[in-house]
Design a binder for this molecule. Structure first.
Ligand SMILES: *Cc1c(COP(=O)(O)O)cnc(C)c1O
Length: 425
């Protein structure tokens, strides 16, 4: 497969931008080779600048639940753009999007729209801190919640649970207000809350962690987290930037059997345009300015074009048929990928989210149990599949996303290709 134009663009890009990219994982560092430059995309396919066509299994990392350039979304965006790209003032669409989001979260009464998932989580932390008057937050080892200071923190060494920055530029003073615990470990939870419970404003967790493989948690572990938050007066924040509206219309709480106090959204609610949201009860959300004394603002928040994309996307999801299709396609793909136990690979799946774990070992539930060899094998598999016209997320730590536009025949061919190449990778 000739990718000369992509390669030339990658060289040009590196001359003008750090690593030639505007978000690090796009640089293909984890899998080797040069990044592919996309020219256009439609449905489940993308075309690169050299004219190669790919079945896209990355799908912009999750927003495109209806597929690339879904006609109803594009039409809504065109209409909105023609009526004004940004108002910086109130408009009807943002009321309708907030109402549509709340129909997915019947126990909540308020939504605030922001511009990204990072911003949504950052706002949730400030709100939790403002509402509780406490300083610390709890996150879990390997969880990604955007690139705000408080969450670019990993577990400290030894038994210490206070975090250390995972990026230069995050002050130690900030990193030390983040407590980090492992997933899947009730004893560690008990220890953390015994030691830090009275200063925790909140715990933040994806109800189905999908940013470091798919580390599906036991419901009992999530229930323990909920109980400990209640006993210690900490809020529970579900970061549903990936899971929100992807697995069902609304959040994952009914799927995991645990209810959060606040939910952060992004990706699907923007339908492919920049968007994030934070939702919760009126008691909490009305602590945000201008009603309350927790400040938060945004020039482009509630942007009419992004809101139009979000509304059109949620409108297509509301009757549940798209999610039923996605579940069926996901199940078929899973069955085709691992027809027998001896394939040297397993698939962890929830709905249209799949993680390829290229190992004979059982897939782990915590980040530190991910086998480095599985990640290396994924990297080799990635390059082989790319050359066969399959665009996967460029890291074995990332999950695959299906959309309503992924056709069964394409997925069957993809599964056959994966099985052939995984045997060689
Ligand atoms: C993608 C993601 C974020 C960050 O969202 P951005 O829009 O990239 O800022 C936060 N949390 C989770 C769980 C995510 O998957």
């Amino acid at each position: 497969m000739n990718r000369a134009r992509s390669e030339a663009l990658a060289r040009r890009a590196r001359d003008v931008s750090p690593g030639g990219v505007h978000s690090p994982v796009r640089a293909f560092t984890a899998v080797g080779g040069e990044p592919v430059f996309f020219a256009r995309a439609e449905g489940a396919h993308a075309w690169d600048v050299d004219g190669n066509r790919y079945l896209d299994l990355c799908m912009s990392w999750g927003p495109l639940v209806l597929g690339h350039a879904a006609p109803s979304v594009v039409e809504a965006v065109r209409g909105a753009a023609a009526r004004g790209l940004s108002f910086g003032a109130c408009h009807e669409g943002e009321v309708e999007l907030a109402e549509a989001i709340l129909r997915g979260f019947p126990t909540f009464q308020r939504v605030r729209l922001v511009n990204s998932g990072t911003e949504a989580v950052m706002t949730a932390l400030r709100l939790a801190r403002g509402a509780t008057g406490r300083s610390h937050v709890l996150k879990f080892d390997g969880g990604y919640h955007g690139h705000s200071d408080a969450l670019l923190v990993r577990a400290g060494s030894g038994l210490a649970t206070l975090g250390t920055a995972s990026s230069r530029g995050v002050p130690d003073e900030v990193a030390r207000t983040t407590v980090v615990a492992p997933f899947d470990d009730e004893e560690a939870l008990a220890r953390v809350f015994a030691e830090h419970g009275d200063r925790l404003a909140c715990a933040v967790v994806e109800p189905i962690p999908a940013n470091n493989g798919l580390l599906v948690q036991r419901s009992a572990w999530l229930a323990t987290l909920r109980t400990l938050c209640d006993e210690h007066g900490a809020l529970l924040v579900f970061d549903e930037v990936i899971t929100g509206f992807r697995l069902r219309y609304g959040g994952a709480a009914p799927l995991v059997g645990v209810a959060p106090d606040l939910v952060t959204l992004g990706k699907v609610v923007g339908g492919g345009m920049p968007m994030g949201a934070i939702c919760g009860g009126a008691d909490l959300l009305d602590r945000l300015a201008p009603v309350g004394d927790v400040y938060q603002a945004g020039t482009l928040s509630g942007n009419p074009v992004s809101v139009a994309a979000g509304r059109a996307t949620l409108a297509a999801l509301e009757d549940g048929r798209v999610h039923a299709t996605l579940e069926r396609r996901g199940a078929e793909l899973e069955a085709a990928l691992v027809p027998d136990a001896a394939a040297g690979m397993s698939v962890v799946r929830r709905g249209s989210i799949l993680w390829l774990y290229v190992s004979d070992a059982a897939p782990p539930r915590r980040a530190d149990a991910i086998d480095a060899e599985a990640i290396h094998r994924f990297a080799r598999l990635h390059g082989r599949l790319l050359d066969r016209g399959y665009y996967l997320p460029p890291s074995g730590h990332e999950v695959l996303f299906l959309s309503a536009a992924h056709e069964p025949e394409d997925l069957a061919a993809f599964a056959a290709a994966v099985r052939q190449e995984a045997a060689l990778a």
